[in-house]
Design a protein. Structure first.
Length: 265
């Protein structure tokens, strides 16, 4: 175990009765920030999501209580209000509470909802950003989020809303026209419909697309196909998965550094 005391850094104190909303990154423990590791080594209780890699949870200090609070579609899981109330309850018990979330807490992580509940309850908190999958996952697939010759803009959108449906609040025609690269989080369930909507809104059926499953983990899988065929090509791929649409996908042919090193990709 790395001794954080060996780093010449002045880490903030994790006080009793405080809650830290911490991003665990997309999966690879090496992508944790030092501040996230400091939180893991300091917390009394770690309340973690289903998408947090077990190797990261294992970095918690010996004796820390571990509480699973993962929500997975179609499976019994705690509600968001229940999770938020639990954070308040633990903080009021005087615990150092680490809320560990995959990726970044404020990027499709519902961290804002939890933070608002903490504010209403008068509980002090800190946000520790993490590497979001839409950046780190792409990098591990050999796909740059931006490339000078390919795009000067990128959009991150969600593949389903709070009810589990494809978001009707998104202006699909505007996205199709104005953003050269789209990254769709949680895209797998409605992949076929998302592709159809994008094509109907003006994206080319032959535009390069990729589906990234379990990004940055040893089980990472990347499927590349034209947008019109990506849903069929991705049959059998397991969640969590995100869709990338745009010419940056073609860079994978040259930049798939995991495959070049003989690692999974």
């Amino acid at each position: 175990m790395t001794d954080l005391a060996s780093f010449p850094l002045d880490f903030p104190a994790f006080h009793p009765g405080h809650v830290w909303l911490v991003g665990a990154g997309p999966g690879d423990p090496g992508l944790l920030t030092l501040l996230a590791l400091h939180a893991l080594r300091s917390a009394d209780v770690v309340v973690y999501d289903a998408l947090v890699d077990p190797r990261i949870v294992a970095l918690a200090r010996p004796g820390a209580a571990l509480e699973h609070a993962g929500k997975r579609g179609g499976k019994p899981s705690p509600s968001q209000p229940d999770i938020s109330r639990r954070l308040v309850e633990l903080a009021r018990e005087g615990k150092r509470v680490l809320r560990l979330k995959g990726g970044d807490p404020f990027v499709f992580g519902r961290g804002a909802e939890e933070a608002e509940v903490l504010v209403e309850a008068g509980v002090l908190f800190r946000v520790v950003p993490g590497i979001t999958a839409g950046v780190g996952g792409l990098a591990y697939a050999g796909i740059p989020a931006t490339a000078r010759d390919a795009n000067s803009a990128i959009a991150f959108v969600t593949g389903h809303d709070a009810d589990g449906a494809v978001p009707d609040t998104l202006d699909w025609p505007a996205l199709a026209r104005s953003v050269p690269v789209l990254v769709v989080y949680m895209a797998l369930t409605h992949l076929d419909e998302i592709a159809r909507r994008l094509i109907a809104a003006g994206r080319r059926p032959d535009e390069p697309a990729a589906l990234l499953s379990k990004a940055t983990t040893p089980a990472q899988k990347v499927v590349v196909a034209p947008l019109a065929a990506i849903a069929e090509a991705a049959r059998g791929v397991e969640p969590p998965a995100m869709l990338v649409v745009g010419d940056v996908v073609t860079y994978r042919d040259r930049l798939d550094w995991l495959a070049a090193q003989g690692e999974l990709s």
